[in-house]
Design a protein around this ligand. Structure first.
Ligand code: F0G
Length: 342
């Protein structure tokens, strides 16, 4: 069977121009996963998992989601000609992501409460109704697809292992996938070392970071996770053990950043680098600011920008009243005069 694909992957690895100077990291790169077909890294996993599901005869694919997984599943299910049901926490998903799922023709099911509850309900129902095929990142095929970002980073750096890979952590599938990809490159003899992983959570939804800071082997779930970064508003990450393992094995760091730091980083990535991301995807830049000089200047650092900014436009504050209304050419000219145009 031919794979179900929308030509995902091969996203740009963009070298930072300005934030690199501020952070004192001349070799800072942004892996722009927002350039995937549905605007997030989820597409890398969805091509594999939908292909395998269809191969096994599945007719209804289901996931719980904070938004991006639902958009991606909806698109690949449409491509494959099978049904998608997406379970989302009511009122907690960015409008751009929901409109994608609607446009691709998914069945939208809203639950009360948060994402963790939506995922629990979904996992329970899948165990009762065998005709449903679960597409969350506990599905191992998702991880197999998502690990390809590691292969690309290695190749785009000129077949070199980065020193640090910095990425947001929500349900913790992606950090496990990235780590699996790098470990395989090493096992295959393509690299002799491994990167240090930096896993970033939002401070209102940081059970993995909390456990890391306590030095604990267990997480304490956060009952009511809160953050502007709705993609990673997750209190009980299903793959937390894999994340903890990846952090330990890579000698990694887990840290939490505040909503203010996230929004500042999102603004700066857009206005300093020309890369517009959703709030969750800006957490790596906020984390590097926190780490300050702890990352050695000569290091090759890759931040994974997981999702596109157009998905979550509510996080951009713009007051139309503050921008001038142009009545005629002379008012246009006088306004442009402020920009020192002759
Ligand atoms: N960044 C974005 C933009 C995401 O949408 C997600 C997860 C993550 C980071 C974290 O990845 O969960 O593998 O640790 N979004 C999921 C969803 C939960 O439903 O779209 P993770």
């Amino acid at each position: 069977m031919k794979p179900v694909t929308l030509e995902e992957g091969w996203t740009p690895l963009v070298r930072s121009r300005r934030l690199s100077e501020e952070l004192g990291l001349p070799k800072l790169f942004i892996k722009n996963e927002g350039q995937n077909p549905t605007g997030s890294f989820k597409d890398r996993g969805m091509t594999v998992s939908v292909t395998r599901a269809v191969q096994s005869g599945a007719k209804v694919l289901i996931c719980a989601s904070t938004g991006n997984t639902s958009a991606s599943l909806a698109a690949y299910a449409a491509r494959a000609g099978v049904k998608a049901a997406v379970v989302v926490p009511s009122g907690k998903v960015a409008a751009g992501k929901l409109s994608q799922a609607v446009a691709y023709g998914a069945n939208i099911l809203r639950t009360d409460g948060n994402f963790d509850r939506a995922l629990n309900l979904t996992i329970e129902i899948v165990s009762e109704l065998p005709s449903l095929y679960l597409m969350n990142s506990v599905n191992p095929y998702r991880i197999e697809g998502q690990k390809t970002v590691a292969f690309e980073i290695y190749q785009q750096l000129g077949f070199v292992c980065p020193d640090y890979v910095v990425l947001p952590v929500g349900n913790a599938g992606n950090i496990s996938a990235v780590w699996k990809g790098f470990k395989e490159l090493k096992e295959w003899g393509m690299m002799s070392r491994l990167p240090v992983l930096v896993g970033v959570q939002a401070s209102g939804a940081s059970p993995i970071v909390d456990a890391y800071e306590r030095g604990s082997q267990e997480i304490s779930p956060v009952d009511e996770p809160k953050t502007v970064a709705s993609a990673i508003r997750i209190g009980n990450p299903v793959s937390w053990r894999k994340a903890a393992n990846a952090l330990r094995e890579s000698n990694g760091v887990a840290l939490a950043v505040s909503d203010e730091e996230i929004i500042q980083a999102r603004e700066d990535l857009a206005s300093d680098e020309g890369i517009f991301v959703e709030p969750a995807s800006a957490t790596p830049i906020a984390a590097l600011r926190r780490l300050g000089g702890k990352v050695e200047r000569g290091s090759t650092v890759v931040c994974i920008a997981t999702g596109h900014g157009l998905k979550d436009q509510d996080s951009v504050h713009w007051n139309a009243e503050e921008s001038p209304v142009i009545g005629d050419k002379s008012s246009l000219k006088s306004e442009l005069g402020r920009l020192s145009i002759n």
